[in-house]
Design a protein around this ligand. Structure first.
Ligand code: ADP
Ligand code: MG
Length: 565
């Protein structure tokens, strides 16, 4: 129990830092259990891993606030935000290195499951790190007693007990998630792939910050012809722009807010917190941003719908390269997104390869189709919808030929959208593009690849690690997996979870299962067992966040050693 902890600390006071190892174990406190999972090797090493377990009945949190997965995720997120907030301004220095630190993951603007706070069947689990205090490398037992026996219990009381939570905020936080889920259900029923509410604030503070722009932000206002109103479970109604399945263009002059709208749609696969400005900007959760990414690795992807008959007969139905071009990388990104189950593609002209997007009448006249391996996206986008059920939202400022294939055309004017679909139809009649469709024949079957291996499997005893270096970089053994172009990652915790997934999938790939099956299976396990499904030899860290299957697959797809059957 707690008293054992005190005894150990008194015994090791003044000894060398490794004596702290004696603390590893489980201790019973009044209302909770404290588990010291892993003690750091010295005051400068990554801090020690702690876990608090509390019976849910002990927390006093009303059961209806975590009764189903939507509410549970929202409540976990609320608890984490509270716990993180309450640590601010605490005394955090008690000696050398990380001495005195108590830290829990900082949540971003989105509400997603994280390993820092998990509500299980009967228990609340909280994972955090502690810098065990030392002077130089000498154990400071008194300070450690203060931290572990006074500070941590006080923080636990302030953060995890219903009586000390901001109860109105907690209820609002959960009610928002319930409304968002209801709006998403409505969208699916009404074949709406994206909803942007009136009053939404889309621009961000800066390129570095995901917080809303303050002064000067122009609130979103939907064009009347595309406006829908939805009543939500809380009783509140929202109105806003509903983008339907099919092909939607966002056009308009430079600097009028096109990319900002698309970016908000990219992030709308996640739910955002109140006050973010995008809490009512929701997108098909399987939507994937597609961009050119020249230089990326591509492993055995069928890009033949877009690129065929390369010079010197290089095949494209199992296309492999160490350095893709703009067009081939964009084609691979689309096929990989389809493979993992995307039903909406989001594309911005700003980050696309021009020759992938369009070949106009004049180029068609100058360069015969026999000499052009690329079938531009404009000639496949309709088939993607008709044959595969995949919608596209496309930002175009320059390529007017796209008006031919659009179901809806929205023009941004000084950050305000206008429905110009009818006008666009007139323009199409008045100024025919003169181009010939280049797609010959239907699309093949949707891509499915069986994975033989992700990379060389480590032998027992090998020093082989997979770890997230930053939000967009994973080290897989010696290999650097570049995720700069994977734009829908929102928290480094997701990247860490993806690194853990790569480790597990490396073991599992055997040439029998498809990539999509492997990834989905693992995410189902995370759904059922929580983040413990990703635990390594040192248990489950408290800094993981739930990725989408799309981003897990995106990382697999960028591995050098990926081998397809
Ligand atoms: P485009 O893609 O049409 O060229 P952007 O979306 O890049 O334009 O927007 C240009 C600038 O306008 C950006 O700096 C962005 O932050 C700002 N901006 C976009 N939308 C709004 C808005 N609703 N209110 C205020 N500023 C905005
Ligand atoms: Mg732009």
């Amino acid at each position: 129990a707690k008293e054992d902890l005190r005894h150990i600390l008194q015994r090791i006071d003044g000894r060398g830092y490794p004596a702290y190892r004696d603390l590893e174990g489980t201790y019973r406190f009044g209302t909770f259990q404290l588990v010291i999972e892993h003690v750091q090797s010295d005051p400068f090493a990554p801090p020690s891993r702690f876990r608090v377990e509390m019976g849910l009945d002990r927390t006093g949190i009303p059961g209806e606030l975590y009764a189903d997965p939507v509410r549970r995720t929202a409540m976990e997120d609320f608890i984490l935000r509270t716990a993180h907030q309450r640590l601010k301004g605490w005394r955090q220095r008690r000696g050398s290195g990380k001495s005195g630190l108590i830290e829990i993951t900082e949540p971003s603007q989105v509400v997603i499951p994280r390993s820092a706070v998990e509500i299980g069947h009967s228990r609340l689990t909280v994972r955090f790190v502690v810098g065990l205090p030392a002077r130089g490398r000498t154990v400071l037992g008194r300070q450690a007693e203060e931290m572990i026996l006074e500070d941590i219990p006080a923080w636990v009381e302030e953060s995890f007990l219903w009586k000390s939570m901001d109860q109105n905020n907690a209820r609002d936080h959960v009610a928002l998630a319930v409304d968002q889920a209801a709006l998403r259900r409505w969208m699916a029923e009404e074949k709406v792939i994206a909803f942007v509410a009136d009053g939404a604030i889309l621009p961000r503070e800066s390129g570095q910050s995901d917080k809303p722009m303050g002064r000067g932000a122009v609130p979103f206002r939907s064009p009347e012809s595309l406006r829908r109103e939805v009543r939500l479970p809380s009783g509140r109604s929202v109105t806003g722009l509903a983008i339907l399945q099919g092909i939607t263009l966002i056009c308009g002059g430079g600097y009028h807010g096109k990319s900002t709208l698309l970016r908000a749609l990219e992030q709308g696969v996640y739910n955002h917190i109140a006050g973010d400005g995008r809490e009512w900007v929701l997108t098909d959760p399987t939507a994937v941003k597609i961009r050119a990414e020249d230089g990326r690795w591509v492993r055995g992807v069928d890009i033949s719908p877009f690129i065929n008959d390369l010079p010197y007969g290089k095949s494209t139905d199992q296309f492999t390269t160490e350095s893709a071009s703009g067009a081939t990388s964009q084609a691979a990104n689309i096929m990989e997104a389809v493979e993992i189950g995307a039903t909406t593609l989001l594309i911005d002209e700003d980050t696309s390869a021009t020759n992938f997007m369009i070949r106009d009448a004049r180029m068609q006249a100058l360069v015969a189709k026999e000499h052009e391996p690329i079938t531009p996206f404009i000639d496949r986008v309709r088939q993607l919808f008709d044959e595969w059920g995949i919608s596209t939202v496309l930002v175009v400022g320059g390529a007017g030929d796209y008006l031919d294939v659009a179901d809806a055309v929205i023009a941004m004017e000084s950050y305000i959208p206008k429905d110009v679909t009818a006008e666009a139809r007139r323009v199409v009649e008045q100024f025919p593009s003169g181009r010939k469709a280049e797609a010959v024949g239907p699309l093949p079957a949707k891509p499915v690849r069986k994975v033989r291996e992700l990379g060389r499997r480590p032998k027992p005893g090998d020093k082989w690690k997979v770890e997230a270096k930053d939000e967009h970089l994973i080290l897989y053994g010696r290999e650097r997996v570049l995720l700069q172009a994977v734009e829908q990652l929102v928290e480094i915790g997701q990247t860490r979870a993806i690194a853990a997934c790569l480790r597990i999938l490396t073991e599992r790939a055997d040439g029998r299962s498809s990539l999509a099956e492997l990834v989905r299976q693992l995410l189902v396990e995370m759904d059922q067992k929580g983040f413990a499904a990703l635990a390594g030899s040192r248990g489950c860290p408290g800094n993981l966040a739930m990725p989408r299957p799309h981003e897990v697959a995106a990382a697999v797809n960028r591995l050098e050693g990926l081998k397809i059957v």
